[in-house]
Design a protein around this ligand. Structure first.
Ligand SMILES: [Zn+2]
Length: 404
């Protein structure tokens, strides 16, 4: 049995959104055993002094791509499966240092299942890293967002795209993900900005195709995350029972209201829009993205403000991999800039993200929850930029950073 007592200056109670005062947390074998203003400290327990810090449940990024590198997508995608798993491991371990104790990876761009292997190795304790929840591949229609064939010379035929255009084959793709250990199904029902030959404003699945995908996933007990864009595609995803809308770039008021009523989560990836805007200004946005992003960027920012002004469940997700992981922590600031309150932004990365992932042992400080803790010297509810100053990270009771 290993025990430690964490002395907290203040604690963020993610479920209520309240910042509590001095608190002691007893951690036993990776789990929060007890918390209160003053605990009896067991003999031999390590004491971690964070009495000058604000402590929060570990952050959860619900949209990453550990095995993708948008800065060199062709070379990265063509690398071996083992290379992807190993580079993904080093990226995940580094991202943990920023406070992200749980990640949902939404697509590996590989014929095999390197993110499933990585998840299993971390779970087994073979390697150290954040907890992973995985959707291995992006299931897509031909010429949809998950069809990478437009990126590469025509003679190159490595099966990195999981593509189909018939209902029976769509079911097979979903079942294959399940058979190989994916936790979630990821699909795209609209085009994207960086992908070649598609358009985020247009849908790519017909209703019967998309409904077959969702019904097959539901039969297998797998939730569905949908890369989506145009307002109509967002509504198709909500109607079919998707659990999360990824990006929802061009969602309108009606779509946000539908998502609110249905309890559908939105992962609005707002920092990515800031990254793309910077690239557009610098002239470094990839050619295939320029016309789409020039046309849409004002509407994307409008849609983000509609999301922020609504009561919809917003979960923290970045799409890191499409931009550098060391900017992932800036999603907090992008959310607040769009009108999300600091409390709601922190809940998006803790309690709401955990609810999206159907994990009541994560994202909250309570007895029985995983001892995933982060700490920062300042109060993030007063100034959200404090989240970029995390200098203590505990994941499952193990200290990965600090105390400073
Ligand atoms: Zn993505």
């Amino acid at each position: 049995m290993t025990e430690s007592v964490v002395l907290c200056g203040s604690v963020f109670h993610s479920d209520s959104g309240v910042l509590g005062g001095r608190t002691e947390i007893l951690v036993r074998d990776g789990v929060i055993a007890e918390l209160g203003p003053r605990l009896t400290r067991p003999d031999g327990a390590e004491v971690l002094d964070l009495s000058e810090h604000t402590v929060s449940p570990g952050f959860i990024d619900t949209h990453v791509h550990l095995t993708m590198d948008a800065a060199n997508l062709a070379r990265q995608t063509l690398g071996s499966t083992a290379t992807k798993a190993l580079t993904g491991l080093s990226i995940a371990a580094e991202y943990l240092q920023h406070g992200f104790t749980t990640l949902r990876d939404l697509g590996c761009m590989d014929p095999e299942f390197p993110t499933v292997d990585l998840r299993n190795a971390i779970d087994a304790g073979t390697v150290a890293g954040p907890r992973l929840i995985v959707a291995a591949h992006i299931l897509s229609a031909t010429a949809g967002h998950g069809d990478l064939s437009g990126f590469y010379p025509s003679r190159w035929d490595l099966a990195v795209s999981a593509v189909s255009d018939s209902i029976g084959q769509i079911r097979q793709l979903v079942r294959r993900e399940h058979a190989h250990g994916s936790d979630w199904i990821k699909t795209a029902n609209a085009g994207g900005y960086f992908s070649v030959g598609d358009d985020p404003a247009r849908g790519t699945w017909f209703d019967d195709e998309f409904e077959a995908l969702c019904a097959t996933a539901a039969q297998l007990g797998m939730p569905v995350a949908v890369h989506t864009g145009g307002a109509d595609a967002c509504k198709q995803a909500i109607r079919a029972g998707a659990r999360s809308l990824e990006h929802a770039y061009l969602i309108d008021e009606e779509g946000v209201e539908m998502a609110t009523q249905a309890g559908t989560f939105v992962v609005p990836t707002m920092q990515m829009t800031q990254e793309d805007l910077a690239q557009l200004r610098q002239g470094t946005l990839p050619e295939q993205a320029v016309w789409k992003f020039e046309r849409d960027h004002e509407q994307i920012l409008r849609s983000q403000r509609i999301i922020a002004a609504s009561a919809v469940k917003i979960a923290y997700g970045t799409d890191c991999g499409m931009f550098p992981f060391d900017h992932g922590i800036l999603e907090f600031q992008a959310m607040v800039q769009a009108g999300v309150t600091p409390v709601r932004a922190l809940q998006a990365a803790t309690s709401v993200a955990a609810e999206l992932l159907q994990r009541d042992d994560l994202g909250v400080l309570k007895p029985g929850a995983a001892a995933d803790l982060v700490a920062m010297p300042r109060n993030p509810l007063e100034d959200i930029t404090a989240t970029a100053e995390v200098d203590f990270v505990m994941r499952g009771g193990l200290v990965h950073r600090g105390p400073a």
